[in-house]
Design a protein around this ligand. Structure first.
Ligand SMILES: NC(=O)c1ccc[n+]([C@@H]2O[C@H](COP(=O)([O-])OP(=O)(O)OC[C@H]3O[C@@H](n4cnc5c(N)ncnc54)[C@H](O)[C@@H]3O)[C@@H](O)[C@H]2O)c1
Ligand SMILES: [Zn+2]
Length: 377
């Protein structure tokens, strides 16, 4: 099923455009030729995404940049490929293909491909232009926006990387038709987060559209393509608004960490068997309760967040296998603790954060109290 793309929503961010429209992949070659013309386009994708999305991208490049060479590499899907080994392999591939500084890299995939290909682009020949073509919902509303690229090490995720802004971000929500349902729901967790931190009306819209998409079959994505494009564009605008004020993450990005102090700890304790979005859904519920307990958030905030996330099929309670002390310990390992005291990004209500610029230090006894009073799953 294909149709011509309607007018794209365009968000300006740090000197480049994020474009969102159904069927935009068919136009991606035109955009690439405009913002990053190159004799060689090197597409980096993964083995799940390549077969479903690369034909459209390659076809569009051949049409709009007929004199350019198009080469492609697909990595094995999964976080384990966000590694220095994969970075080496891909950099060597570019050298073997005699690519130079005038090469444009195109990251076609989820956040793993975006971070990895972006890091290759940041370092190859000391930095070449790249295009982000995110294909998972999480990558569309989060990973592709902001210019953070990098790889994992055995000591932790994202420990080696760079800030490298893309030449453009091309978002076509219809590619989500093939995204597995659990990844689609997990992406909605970040969208809900954007609603909580910035806009109550958007929070309600996100839950409404999210429910109609996540409870239907994949064809619903094509039918809701325009609504979904609007939702994604608003999420990008909210993240871009924060990132634009704090390109190199000196503090203001703190609001984006709502749900993440607890969420990262749960992700770690689940040995990463839980998806990031699932873990932060739980994290948002716990942190919203903490905000209410501290008197920082209006009564009812946590209930509203929990109901929204639950209606999207996301988990809202800490797994039975995770104990309070283990969770506190894991939170302390996270980089967000400020000289031993845990720091949280907490809401004042759905749509507004309590201390948008700094994060709130919270004593352990308050966290312990809230953890002890949570409902069991
Ligand atoms: N750079 C940032 O600012 C930032 C922000 C948030 C997350 N991240 C990173 O993003 C990564 C997670 O991203 P993710 O959730 O997209 O994971 P992912 O890239 O592993 O994609 C999830 C799965 O969905 C598949 N997939 C993606 N799009 C598809 C499609 N359209 N059709 C079929 N299958 C598809 C992938 O092959 C993979 O199996 C993590 O490494 C995280 O650290 C980065
Ligand atoms: Zn996140």
């Amino acid at each position: 099923m294909s149709a011509s793309p309607g007018p794209a929503r365009v968000i300006d961010l740090l000197g480049y455009e994020v474009r969102v429209a159904p069927w935009l992949l068919d136009e991606s070659g035109r955009l690439a030729a405009q913002v990053a013309p190159a004799p060689t386009y090197a597409i980096i994708t993964d083995a799940n995404v390549g077969p479903v999305a690369a034909p459209q991208l390659v076809g569009s490049l051949r049409h709009f940049a007929p004199h350019s060479r198009v080469i492609m590499q697909a990595v094995t899907p999964g976080e384990q490929e966000k590694s220095r080994a994969a970075w080496t392999r891909l950099s060597d591939w570019l050298l073997d293909e005699r690519c130079g500084r005038d090469t444009t890299i195109i990251a076609l995939g989820g956040g793993v491909v975006g971070d990895l290909a972006g890091f290759v682009a940041a370092t190859f020949m000391r930095g070449v232009p790249f295009l982000q073509v995110p294909t998972s919902l999480l990558a569309m509303v989060d990973a592709s926006v902001g210019g953070k690229v990098g790889v994992d090490t055995k000591h932790g995720k994202n420990l080696i990387g760079a800030f490298h802004q893309p030449a453009a971000v091309v978002i076509d929500p219809t590619v989500l038709q093939t995204l597995p349902a659990n990844h689609l729901r997990a992406g909605f967790a970040e969208i809900v987060k954007h609603g909580v931190i910035a806009d109550a009306g958007y929070f309600d819209a996100a839950v409404r559209v999210g429910v109609s998409i996540t409870t239907a079959d994949a064809t619903a994505i094509a039918w809701h393509g325009d609504e979904l494009a609007e939702l994604i564009a608003t999420s990008v605008r909210i993240k871009a608004g924060v990132v634009g004020r704090d390109e190199h993450e000196r503090g203001l990005r703190q609001v984006l960490n709502f749900g993440h102090t607890v969420g990262h700890a749960i992700e770690l304790l689940s040995d990463f068997s839980m998806l990031h979005g699932e873990a932060i859904a739980i994290g948002m519920c716990v942190e919203a309760r903490l905000a209410e307990h501290l008197g920082v958030a209006c009564v009812g905030t946590a209930g509203r967040v929990e109901r929204g996330l639950a209606s999207l099929g996301l988990p809202t309670a800490i797994p039975l296998s995770v104990t309070g002390p283990a969770l506190l310990e894991a939170m302390r390992l996270d980089k967000k603790s400020r000289s031993g005291t845990l720091v949280f990004a907490l809401p004042a209500e759905v749509g507004a954060m309590a201390d948008p610029d700094r994060g709130i230090p919270v004593e352990d006894r308050h966290v312990e109290h809230v953890l002890a009073s949570l409902p069991v799953p």
